[in-house]
Design a protein around this ligand. Sequence first.
Ligand code: NAD
Ligand code: UDP
Length: 334
Amino acid sequence: MATNQPTRSLVTGGAGFLGSHLCDSLIASGHQVICLDNLFTGHLDNIAHLRANPAFTFIKHDVVEPFDFDVDQVWNLACPAAPGHYRYDPVKTLRTSVWGVMHCLEIGRRRGARVFHASTSEVYGDPTVHPQPESYRGNVNPIGPRACYDEGKRAAETLCFDYRRMHGTDIKVVRIFNTYGPRMHPYDGRVVSNFVCQALRGEPMTIYGDGTQSRAFCYVDDLIAGFRKLMDSRDGFTGPVNMGNPGEFTMLELAQAVAAELGEKDMIEHRPLPADDPTQRQPDITLAKKELGWEPKVPLREGLRRTIAWFRALDMSKYAPPSPFFEQPEAQRK
Ligand code: NAD
Ligand code: UDP
């Protein structure tokens, strides 16, 4: 259902980093929200401020198991997103991607709900085309350590489009590029959270490889604004549509930016590059601009400032790494 009207929305993965910001945005616009999460990488603190709101319901549930709710909109975000998290149990990651989206699409098929699916730039793998437009079909190693995530997300996209072809299901698919901000899990091993936490502890920032690999970093508020525009986009516009900030930085440049924000000299330490680590990544957002009138607004330094302030105030004792392999590049695993 297309809508700017208040809806009943289901958000899977709603206690996670992006999901909790999405719940905030929906609640602020007067929507009713059911947040479904198994709390694998999400945290109740992310939604603590919403729990007393009668428009908000939290249900602890694993999306691998069936679920059904009478809603108008389904937002499928449940899936570990950081390499250290999705590699913890790769088989579970694949099941989460595939079964999670199937259960969402079934709600779409049975109830006519519009289904938004959070896909990823990882569907492009280690891209040979730069920047990456949606038409690029990718360069994924189907048997490598990242494949559980990349191929799981590719299969999930396939399911979205097959449900549309077979059942006319109303789908919206976004390919998200590296996004950062408050409520990232401090132990998720992603580069922004790692650098910020390390720098705040006065430790060297860990650069994997020589640090010349690039990523483009989008601040969370910009991304959530794009999500809302996509969900409310015209009937028939399905995506996939790239969302991310086209500003491209090497990991060395990111370390310098974090150090500069903290007013310190950048201390770095090199570690081995994980297997299949993409060399270069940058979104082509022409389609999002044209179709949705969307583009990110928050520059990297401003986003880092807000993120650093959040991590500085965080009670780290409430968080633990979910994986014994956490932060260990593949090469060092026993
Ligand atoms: P996150 O790990 O903070 O959020 C994922 C949420 O899903 C967590 O709350 C987690 O507990 C929940 N979850 C995981 N497995 C589940 C399961 N089996 N059942 C129920 N809940 C489950 O990560 P995020 O960055 O907020 O990512 C959200 C979505 O966006 C993911 O689907 C991810 O693949 C996608 N994405 C994120 C980025 C990014 O840069 N943040 C980039 C590309 C795609
Ligand atoms: N990276 C790094 N140091 C870290 C964590 C990550 O140099 O402490 C690198 C990683 O090898 C990759 C880039 O930063 O090249 C982005 O990694 P992240 O895990 O944040 O996202 P993804 O690889 O999924 O884009």
